[in-house]
Design a binder for this molecule. Structure first.
Ligand SMILES: NC(=O)c1ccc[n+]([C@@H]2O[C@H](COP(=O)([O-])OP(=O)(O)OC[C@H]3O[C@@H](n4cnc5c(N)ncnc54)[C@H](O)[C@@H]3O)[C@@H](O)[C@H]2O)c1
Length: 260
């Protein structure tokens, strides 16, 4: 029996990377998936390939969520995955001293506002059944500071804490609507391609990025998707308000540790 049979799932930012991997794994586990993204062409192509539905949804836009609420008034699983680092549209600087307010707000509009709106929609679309699973993709950057990506780190920390508020609020109402956050470290997706390039130094650059990671490699989208399948399924029915790291052991220790 497929693990997500009969579940209606909405995933944001599903056109590529981690979101696409989650949609793919959910479809293979028997779910009916609505893949959403701002990338119309990429989203539609990915959805067609996987055999799921596509809807253009900009997570920053309240009207898009209202339209989704009308089209999908009842769902079982919501994955708030869409997120940006801020470097896509602005080279920065993104440190706490020099970052512009505009750059700060642009990151929060997608990561923080988008996750807030996604959770609000999901609660409304789950409460009639009184059950469901909300999965918020945060980051290891939501657990530690990043001096050169201050808005990103603050937005991911906001996602971590908002997930706990959602979990507690739903439990308080007597609903079995669960909400958990996932904290990946370096996962090889298109988000990394600009930094890695495709020249002869690619392997060396990749190794440098994961030099401090105990498992010495990038994670894969399939590994993040596998955790999301578990959180979406009834196997995790007793888990809510939890934060799950997926980081090759990075946060298990500290570079300031006293040694072997
Ligand atoms: N890749 C990593 O190393 C890593 C690590 C930790 C956390 N994450 C988080 O995982 C999530 C996915 O990351 P990824 O690496 O797959 O990124 P990606 O850039 O490869 O894909 C992001 C997707 O989100 C979509 N998107 C961007 N803005 C949007 C908006 N306003 N509305 C709807 N969709 C929008 C993009 O079109 C794209 O399809 C993000 O929240 C990211 O912060 C990634």
């Amino acid at each position: 029996m497929a693990r997500l049979q009969g579940k209606r799932c909405v995933v944001t930012g599903g056109a590529r990377g981690i979101g696409r991997g989650i949609c793919d794994a959910f479809v293979r586990e028997g779910a009916s998936v609505l893949l959403t993204d701002i990338d119309d062409a990429g989203g539609q192509a990915a959805a067609t390939e996987m055999g799921c539905d596509f809807l253009r949804l900009d997570v920053r836009c309240e009207a898009d969520w209202t339209a989704l609420e009308r089209g999908e008034p009842a769902i079982d699983v919501m994955v708030n995955n869409a997120g940006i680092t801020g470097f896509e549209d602005s080279p920065g600087p993104h440190d706490p001293e020099h970052s512009s307010l505009e750059d700060w707000r642009a990151v929060h509009a997608v990561n923080t506002d988008g996750t807030f709106l996604g959770c609000r929609y999901a609660i409304r679309a789950m409460k009639a059944a009184g059950t469901g699973s909300i999965i918020n993709i945060s980051s290891r950057s939501g657990l530690v500071g990043i001096p050169g990506a201050a808005a990103y780190a603050a937005s991911k920390a906001a996602i971590r804490n908002h997930s706990k508020s959602v979990a507690l609020y739903c439990a308080q109402q007597g609903w079995a609507i669960r909400c958990n956050s996932v904290h990946p470290a370096a996962i090889l997706t298109p988000m990394w391609e600009a930094l890695l390039g495709d020249g002869p130094d690619r392997e060396a650059r990749m190794a440098a990025f994961v030099a401090d990671t105990p498992l010495k490699r990038f994670g894969t989208v399939e590994e993040v998707a596998a955790l999301c399948v578990f959180l979406a399924s009834d196997e995790s029915a007793y888990m809510t308000g939890a934060e799950l790291t997926l980081d090759g052991g990075l946060l298990a220790g500290s570079s300031a540790s006293p040694g072997e």
